[in-house]
Design a protein around this ligand. Structure first.
Ligand code: NAP
Ligand code: ZN
Length: 350
């Protein structure tokens, strides 16, 4: 069993630090890869700090993985040594329940195996993610990358931030003629703006940071609303067909619900550690509005998203960091100071 260099949190209060993990030898259906880059998702921070109170320590976060195939098992047909590939938030699922049969592995009735912090089917208690130099993954959970090779680092965030925004935009049929709100301009939000705009929607970006206005317009938003400004919020009343809310902290949902048209939906993908204040019922019942949720996306849909982004020349806006800067990156993420995704260069692991 090869030993692999990683970065791990040992407790909710200890900073991430160098650590050694065991990876399995590739089995007949497995793909082994050298990890070249790994994106830094706010979920990594929620997990490392045990904010969701479910963290298994030691914790090696990272589920926006891109790398190069180093070995394939005898039964692997879709990948060969040298291919550039991606691994997202899941590395396995039961493959026989109704959601898995529909390509909705993220809603597996038996619980998918998360890339990190997940119990392993028939195996150990914990999985270790992409803050490491090497990983072994079942072929069916490995994604093809068709972007130019020099964009690889900026493709990494598509594996979570990309699919988490693409999937609900597709599920709610966003396209030309739709006015779509994206709430929060962070890692997920900036991908949501790019993807919704590429789908042909008229995008309205809601932010708490007035300084992000120009960036939002450059990324594809047609309007920017500073959500702390009640006049700007009031001007959006009853305007939007769909809202994707990516905010990582609890906040009042009612002003956003008020922006929806009749039958409009706001889908929550942001996963704060503590609940949002409960929305008022009148905002929902008076215009038959809906509040929904969405979790990442299935494997086939993740491939569809990667291909869509390659066709539309969409990548993430990134700031590449060394692994030893991860705590600084987390601190900036807490302040909303991310433009718009940190990506770790694994060569810095030594
Ligand atoms: P991020 O890069 O930190 O962006 C979050 C954005 O939310 C911030 O940039 C900020 O945008 C806004 N925000 C407003 N108030 C905030 C506050 N008090 N604290 C933090 N952010 C605040 O995070 P992310 O990686 O996009 O992830 C966003 C959330 O989605 C996290 O909770 C994450 O765990 C969750 N997530 C869910 C899924 C899923 O499948 N549902 C998948 C991945 C991540 P402005 O400055 O524009 O206001
Ligand atoms: Zn994520």
């Amino acid at each position: 069993m090869p030993q692999v260099h990683a970065y791990a949190a040992q407790s909710a209060t200890s900073p991430l630090a160098s650590f050694t993990i065991d990876r399995r030898d590739p089995g007949p259906g497995d793909v082994a890869l050298d990890i070249l880059h790994c994106g830094v998702c706010h979920s990594d921070l929620h997990t490392a700090r045990n904010e969701w109170q479910n963290t298994l320590y030691p914790s090696v976060p990272g589920h926006e993985i891109v790398g190069r195939v180093t070995a394939v098992g005898a039964q692997v047909t879709r990948f060969k040594v040298g291919d550039l590939v991606g691994v997202g938030c899941m590395v396995d699922s039961c493959q026989h329940c109704a959601p898995c049969a529909e390509g909705l592995e993220q809603y597996c009735d038996n619980g998918f195996t998360a890339t990190y912090n997940g119990p392993v089917f028939g195996g150990g208690p914990n999985t270790f993610g992409g803050y490491s130099t090497h990983i072994v993954v079942r072929e069916s959970f490995v994604l093809r990358i068709s972007h130019p090779a020099d964009q690889l680092a900026a493709v990494a965030p598509l594996l979570c931030a990309g699919i988490t925004t693409y999937s609900p935009l597709r599920q709610w049929d966003v396209g030309p003629g739709h006015r779509v709100g994206i709430v929060g301009l962070g890692g997920l939000g900036h991908m949501g703006v790019k993807i919704a705009a590429a789908m042909g929607a008229y995008v309205v970006l809601f932010t708490t940071s007035a300084g992000k206005r120009e960036d939002a317009l450059r990324l594809g938003a047609k309007e920017v609303v500073v959500s702390k400004n009640t006049d700007e919020m009031a001007a959006q009343a009853n305007q939007l067909d769909f809202i994707l809310n990516t905010v990582a902290a609890p906040h009042d949902l009612d002003p956003f619900i008020a922006s929806l048209k009749v039958d409009g939906t706001m889908t929550l993908v942001g996963a704060p550690a503590t609940p949002h204040p409960s929305p008022g019922v009148f905002g929902l019942i008076f215009r038959r509005r809906r509040l929904a949720g969405s979790l990442i996306g299935g494997i086939a849909e993740t491939q569809e998203m990667l291909d869509f982004c390659a066709q539309h020349a969409i990548v993430s806006d990134i700031e590449v960091i060394g692994m030893d800067h991860i705590e600084t990156a987390y601190a900036r993420m807490v302040k909303g100071d991310v433009k718009y995704r940190f990506v770790v260069d694994m060569a810095t692991m030594g």
